[in-house]
Design a protein around this ligand. Structure first.
Ligand code: FES
Length: 101
């Protein structure tokens, strides 16, 4: 159901080259810009249709043209967005501090 499940054509740092596309699997850092035409996808945790499509408890939905992404920002097949959401370079400075860029 995902266009690029291994994130081979996506932008993410080497530290996020894993199934959750994150440094810590319980915290996802992503550029909130749809890879189609730049709208802002929204997090949806209570969308039954999206959850059923992704086989997961939530994902991201772009309200402009309907692209959908899983909780790792991986795009669903056959939607307008061509690639997964971009994961920026980032690092943890401490348990409560994150540096992006
Ligand atoms: S801008 Fe997101 S689907 Fe078009």
């Amino acid at each position: 159901m995902l266009a690029d499940p291994g994130s081979k054509r996506s932008e993410q740092p080497a530290s996020c080259a894993n199934p959750t596309r994150s440094v810590h699997p319980d915290l996802f850092v992503v550029v909130g810009v749809c890879t189609h035409l730049g709208c802002s996808p929204v997090l949806r945790l209570d969308d039954a249709a999206l959850n059923a499509e992704l086989h997961a408890p939530g994902g991201f939905f772009c309200p402009c043209h309907g692209s959908r992404f899983d909780l790792a920002g991986r795009v669903v097949k056959n939607v307008p967005a061509p690639t997964n959401l971009e994961v920026p370079e980032y690092r943890f400075l401490s348990d409560t501090s994150l540096q992006i860029g």
